[in-house]
Design a protein around this ligand. Structure first.
Ligand code: Q5B
Ligand code: MG
Length: 293
């Protein structure tokens, strides 16, 4: 099953204990909203945040944004209570932090499905986003990404990963470059979305653009954000330009004409066009919602 190509260019974290930010969350046009019960919430606010998110999630209009909830890890005193409160409300997805193995995902899904059974809910509506943010998670990422139909995205958490590696997070991303590429490859082999980590300096627009362009170049399908000001830059990077769309359209159109005439490889403006180039062009058209008649 190919699950990729959901529109998740930007995923906006909103601290789960901040009613004003949650109330406003949908107006910024992020593709996804991540209501956070984990690291954006202080320990003494965990219960309040869970209650607030539970009460607001289905009454606030988030417009076209997909709504996901990041719960606490099951090894903490909050993880199970988060799942008990949130799973019955069936957000689009649960984002699970610090995922380290396929066995852990299997255990998590068992708990989620038990809660769904108790509430007479299907096991098919809500998906799971596994966050890879420890060295062990990076080692086991293919198992995590590939074994479960409900895992439809994986993400890298750069802050936690650098902390786990005892290195400093630097804007050039040197310390997490291997992890980024390994996580991308696991996602591509599993045909699921792969979301890049947040860019922590909300005032550095050039740095954000540089990092997003790099993440896109190596295969990430979107990026988490911590501030509404970051959304536009990410959408700009991830939206194909008119020129790219025109070129892709021409490739697909001419491919159709040539294949009907029994020709598999041909040239446009001197450049060879064959099947993989057509696949890439089709991807651009899908991102741009363009069909070739
Ligand atoms: C960064 C800052 C303090 C800056 O504050 P500032 O005050 O300077 O913001 P301003 O720009 O002045 O705000 C202008 C207007 O926007 C509103 N506004 C701001 N932010 C908004 C928002 N997020 N949602 C809705 N609304 C928002 C604000 O309320 C105001 O509204 P108004 O008063 O009406 O004008 C603030 O943004 C913020 O708290 N962000 C969320 C931080 C967060 O969630 N961290 C956890 C997730 S990362 C993590 O866990 C690491 C990871 O796990 C993850 C991974 O990589 O995936 C890993 O390991 O790496
Ligand atoms: Mg984290």
């Amino acid at each position: 099953m190919t699950k990729i190509f959901k529109k998740r260019r930007s995923m906006l974290y909103i601290p789960g204990n901040n009613p004003a930010m949650i109330q406003q969350g949908g107006v910024y046009g992020a593709d996804s909203i991540l209501l956070d019960l984990e690291d954006a919430v202080a320990l003494n606010q965990k219960d309040a945040a869970r209650i607030l998110v539970r009460n607001m999630i289905n009454v606030i209009d988030f417009y076209d944004s997909e709504v996901c909830v990041r719960v606490n890890h099951l090894s903490t005193p909050f993880g199970l209570a988060d799942l008990e409160a949130i799973v019955p409300l069936q957000p689009s997805a649960i984002r699970y932090p610090k995922t380290e193995s396929g066995e852990e995902v299997a255990e998590l899904l068992k708990i989620i499905e038990q809660i769904e059974d108790r509430h007479g809910l299907p096991h098919t509506k809500m998906t799971l986003h596994a966050m890879i943010e420890t060295a062990m998670g990076v080692q086991n990422v293919f198992d995590i990404a590939s074994k479960f139909d409900r895992v439809d995205a994986i993400t890298i958490g750069g802050q936690d990963l650098t902390a786990d590696m005892n290195i400093v997070y630097t804007p050039d991303g040197a310390g997490i470059d291997f992890a980024r590429k390994r996580i991308v490859m696991a996602a591509k082999a599993s045909h699921i979305d792969v979301i890049d980590t947040v860019f922590p300096d909300v005032n550095d627009e050039d740095g954000l653009r540089r990092e997003t362009e790099y993440a896109k170049r190596i295969g990430f399908t979107g990026k988490a954000v911590i501030n509404p000001r970051q959304i536009e830059i990410i959408h700009d990077v991830y939206t194909p330009t008119d020129e790219e769309v025109r070129k892709a359209y021409r490739i697909v159109k001419e491919f159709k004409i040539n294949s009907a005439a029994g020709i598999g490889v041909f040239a446009i403006d001197g450049k060879m066009i064959d099947a993989p180039i057509v696949t890439r062009a089709e991807y651009i058209l899908r991102l741009a919602n363009v069909t070739v008649g």
